[in-house]
Design a protein around this ligand. Structure first.
Ligand code: MEV
Length: 334
């Protein structure tokens, strides 16, 4: 039996980093997916083949005793494997299931570029493992196990990316001391956006730790920045619902300035953000953890111009549909 599961990438509209401290955030699924194919194995081993991640054709075997055997170590793929391994471990524990599986992972988006691939791989692995071993999981359970995976691998993670990879759509997410608030945001108008990305030089884990250290040194100051981001997220939600795109754009620009103040942007991201604004975007901001990675521009009637400007600023532009379906089974073969 073979099961193919996919989960979408995630783009962050508002509230990244601050959401780790409990503010609201707004993020959307994108029409780029990561696929996990699962087959049962008889010897209890978990074998992982990761294609099209950072490199091609890396085969990793996870022995029943937890030892990871890497066929070819291209370095970068290892962080992605850490999510797969943890997702399986937590799902096995949750389901009380020990069956071995062979997993193949493919992605139509670059891994580690800030498009939420760690959330997509965590959520898709949880769902694929549960499905191939004959268990039915509710979305709420998948999102929770996916979030726990990110949390364990990264040390700190909000439920934002894993919620979007699970449910899809455009979501408002706010962590609480119990279950997070996860609500769809209704669009009062289309949000025509362009994503731009450059290679990342730091991981989400490192950037989240960077903000934490900054907050340790300048607690009051950083808390006020976090508060201001939380405030603009609430206003952005209303503006999106009313279709007030100018306000949405302005709030994106303010959000970028505050993320810059937290020290998570860099020149390459700023270059793309300014290039997009100069080409007619009504708002542009870094999107995600920063340190290179992604930016997002709101550009009604200017998508092509903004995409070209991002390319000239040495970024890779992506024009993609937002708010697509979350994790889903693509194929089941008996
Ligand atoms: C990373 O995609 C977004 C951050 O806010 C971290 C998180 O929410 O877990 C930086």
């Amino acid at each position: 039996m073979k099961v193919v599961v996919s989960a979408p990438g995630v783009v962050k509209f508002f509230g990244e980093h601050a959401v780790v401290y409990g503010t609201g955030a707004i993020a959307a699924s994108i029409d780029k997916r990561l696929y996990v194919t699962a087959k049962l194995r008889t010897n209890g081993e978990v074998k992982i083949a990761a294609y099209d991640l950072s490199t091609h054709g890396v085969i990793v075997t996870l022995k029943p005793n937890g030892e990871i055997v890497v066929g070819t170590d291209y370095g970068k793929v290892i962080p992605a494997i850490a999510y797969v391994r943890k997702a399986i471990e937590l799902t096995r524990e949750y389901l009380g299931e020990r069956a071995g599986v062979e997993l193949e992972i493919k992605s139509d988006m670059p891994v580690g570029a800030g498009l939420g691939t760690s959330a997509a791989v965590s959520v898709a692995t949880v769902f694929a493992y549960a499905t191939i071993t004959g268990h039915e999981l509710e979305k709420r359970e998948i999102a929770k196990l996916g979030h726990r995976t990110e949390l364990t691998v990264q040390g700190a993670a909000s439920p934002m990316d894993t919620a979007v990879a699970t449910y899809g759509g455009l979501l408002y997410i706010k962590p609480t001391s119990s279950s997070p608030i996860i609500e769809p945001v209704k669009k009062g108008a289309e949000l025509p956006t362009v994503i731009g990305y450059v290679k990342r030089v730091a991981t989400t884990k490192e950037l989240v730790a960077w903000v934490r250290k900054l907050r340790d040194r300048y607690t009051k100051l950083v808390d006020q920045i976090i508060w201001a981001i939380g405030e603009l997220v609430e206003r952005a939600r209303v503006a999106i619902e009313k279709g007030e795109l100018r306000t949405v754009g302005e709030l994106m620009n303010i959000n970028h300035g505050l993320l810059e103040a937290l020290g998570v942007s860099d020149k390459r991201l700023n270059d793309m953000v300014y290039a997009a604004r100069m080409a007619g975007a009504i708002g542009a901001k870094l999107s995600g953890a920063g340190g290179g990675g992604c930016m997002l521009a709101l550009a009604p009637n200017r998508l092509k111009e903004v995409a070209t400007a991002i390319a000239i600023a040495n970024g890779t532009p992506i024009i993609t549909e937002l708010g697509v379906e979350g994790v889903r089974v693509e194929k089941v073969e008996k």
